[in-house]
Design a protein around this ligand. Structure first.
Ligand code: TYM
Length: 343
C-alpha cells in the first residue's frame, strides 16, 4: 500500500535545547514542510521517564515549541503539539508494550547508558521508552522520521514493532478489511554533516543536555557573546585544518567544528575544507563563531519573544493537538478492532 508521505519527529522538553538538537533535528524539520505533511511533537511523556520538576516541564515544553516556530516550522502548515494532549499515544504504547519483547528492549544502548549501574532503580517508563516512541510515529503512520544518529536504534525497533504487529495480527487485519501492511515500515532520515554533534570540550563525547559542563554545548538561548566565547574556547588539536576531507579522520574535534560550519551554512564538509583547508584555528574559529551567531541569534531572540507569550504558545499546542488527534483517533479506532477491543 502507498502511504501518504508523512514526517513525524519529537524532542524531549528536558533541559535546555542545544546546537545538536538544532542541527541534528529542528533545522532539518523546516524544508521537509515543502514535500511532506509534518508533525512535530514535544514529547513531555518521554521527559518524565526521569524526574522533572512540573514547573520546569511546563517551561521546557513551551521552549521546545517556541524553538520549532523560531527555526521556521509553520504551525499552520505543520502540526505542533505536546504529546500528553493526545491520549492515544499512551493507548497505542500499551499495545506496543505487548508486542515488543523484553530482549529487544534490553538491547537498547540508550537505556543502558542512562540506567548505568543503577538499572534496578530507574523507572519502568525509561525501560518502555522506545515503545512509546514507536507509538508516536506509528499513530500517524509516519513514513519518514528526521532525527540525529543517536536515535537510529530506536527507529530500528520501531520498524520491528510495526512488522511484528502486522504479522501477529495478519489474520485479524485481513478480516477487518485492512491492507496487510497496516503500519508502515518507517524510514529514518539521518543525513547531512551534523547527525552527531560532539561536545566542544571532548570530541569523543556527544553534545548533550545532561553534560555537567555548560562549556560543552551551545544552548539555543545563549547570547551572541557566549556563543562566540564557547567556540573560541572549544578544544582542538594544534594542527591547521587539513587540505582534504579525508584528513579529518582521526581528528574528532576538527571534524566536529567543520561539520558544524557545514550544517550552519547548508554546505558539505568538502565545501568547508575547500575554503578553509590549510588555515589555522585563529582564522577558522572566528569565522565559525560569526556564522553561528548570525544563524542562532535571530532564532534565540524570536524564541524569547514567543516564550513570553504563553497564551499564544499554548494556543498553538492546543490547535496542533486538535488536528493531530483526528489522525490519531482514526488509527486507534482501527487498532482497537484489529486487537479485539470492544467499544
Ligand atoms: P532528544 O530530545 O534527546 O533529542 C532531540 C533530537 O535531537 C537529536 N540530537 C542530536 N543530533 C545531533 N547531535 C547531537 N549531539 C544530538 N543530540 C540530540 C536527536 O537525535 C533527536 O533527533 N527519543 C527522542 C525523542 C522522540 C522522538 C519520537 C524522535 C520521542 N518520540 C519520535 C523521533 C520520533 C529523543 O530523546 O530526542
Amino acid at each position: 500500500m502507498a502511504f501518504t508521505p508523512r514526517v513525524f519527529s519529537g524532542i524531549q522538553p528536558s533541559g535546555d535545547l542545544h546546537l545538536g538538537n538544532y542541527l541534528g533535528a529542528i533545522r532539518r524539520f523546516v524544508p521537509l514542510q515543502d514535500t511532506h505533511d509534518c508533525i512535530y511533537c514535544v514529547v513531555d511523556m518521554h521527559a518524565i521517564t526521569v524526574w522533572q520538576d512540573p514547573d520546569d516541564l511546563r517551561r521546557a515544553t513551551r521552549e521546545v515549541a517556541a524553538a520549532f516556530i523560531a527555526a521556521g516550522v509553520d504551525p499552520k502548515r505543520s502540526i505542533i503539539f505536546n504529546q500528553s494532549q493526545i491520549v492515544q499515544h499512551a493507548e497505542l504504547a500499551w499495545v506496543f508494550n505487548c508486542i515488543a519483547r523484553m530482549g529487544w528492549m534490553s538491547r537498547m544502548t540508550q537505556f543502558k547508558d542512562k540506567a548505568g549501574k543503577n538499572s534496578e532503580n530507574v523507572s519502568l517508563g525509561l525501560f518502555a521508552y522506545p515503545s512509546l516512541m514507536a507509538a508516536d510515529i506509528l499513530l500517524y503512520k509516519a513514513t519518514h522520521v528526521p532525527v540525529g544518529d543517536d536515535q537510529k536504534q530506536h527507529l530500528e525497533l520501531t520498524r520491528d514493532i510495526a512488522a511484528k504487529f502486522n504479522n501477529d495480527y495478519a489474520a485479524s487485519i485481513a478480516k477487518e478489511g485492512f491492507e496487510p501492511d497496516f503500519f508502515p515500515i518507517t524510514e529514518p532520515l539521518i543525513a547531512g554533516p551534523a547527525t552527531r554533534i560532539m561536545s566542544l570540550r571532548d570530541g569523543t563525547k556527544k553534545m548533550s543536555k545532561s553534560d555537567p559542563s555548560d562549556q560543552s554545548r551551545i544552548s539555543l538561548l545563549d547570547d551572541a557573546d557566549t556563543i562566540a566565547k564557547k567556540i573560541k574556547r572549544a578544544t582542538t588539536d594544534p594542527e591547521p585544518l587539513p587540505e582534504t576531507v579525508e584528513g579529518l579522520k582521526g581528528r574528532a574535534e576538527a571534524d566536529n567544528l567543520v561539520g558544524i560550519y557545514a550544517a550552519l551554512s547548508d554546505k558539505t564538509k568538502a565545501d568547508v575544507i575547500a575554503e578553509y583547508g590549510g588555515k589555522g584555528w585563529g582564522t577558522f574559529k572566528p569565522a565559525l563563531a560569526e556564522l553561528a551567531v548570525a544563524v542562532l541569534a535571530p532564532i534565540a531572540s524570536e524564541m524569547r519573544r514567543l516564550i513570553d507569550d504563553t497564551t499564544a504558545i499554548d494556543a498553538v499546542l492546543r490547535d496542533g493537538a486538535e488536528r493531530g488527534s483526528v489522525i490519531a483517533e482514526a488509527t486507534m479506532k482501527d487498532v482497537r478492532r484489529i486487537v479485539g477491543f470492544i467499544r
